[in-house]
Design a protein around this ligand. Structure first.
Ligand SMILES: [Zn+2]
Length: 86
């Protein structure tokens, strides 16, 4: 898979660290055990477009917000996570 890093251009995915889905949001401190468990373990795992966090560990060390189609592994968009507020 080739990921087009906004800083470095097209690079092999072996240069990146895959963090996982970007959509889970941390629950409030007093939300309870079920909410905390869902945040840690619950994932949507869609068959189709999914927003993910990738870290360009071998080069610019930037966190990226990537939208990837899980059926085809085609990258639909790549932006800096810092520009998205996540
Ligand atoms: Zn990069």
């Amino acid at each position: 898979m080739i990921i087009s890093c906004p800083h470095c251009g097209p690079r092999d995915s072996s240069e990146f660290y895959f963090r996982g889905e970007a959509t889970p949001t941390r629950p409030e401190y007093d939300a309870g055990t079920a909410a905390a468990t869902g945040y840690v373990y619950g994932r949507i795992n869609p068959a189709g477009p999914q927003k993910e966090h990738w870290y360009h560990a071998a080069a610019c060390r930037s966190w990226l917000l990537v939208e990837r189609d899980t059926r085809t592994h085609k990258f639909l968009s790549v932006t800096l996570a810092s520009e998205q507020g996540r």
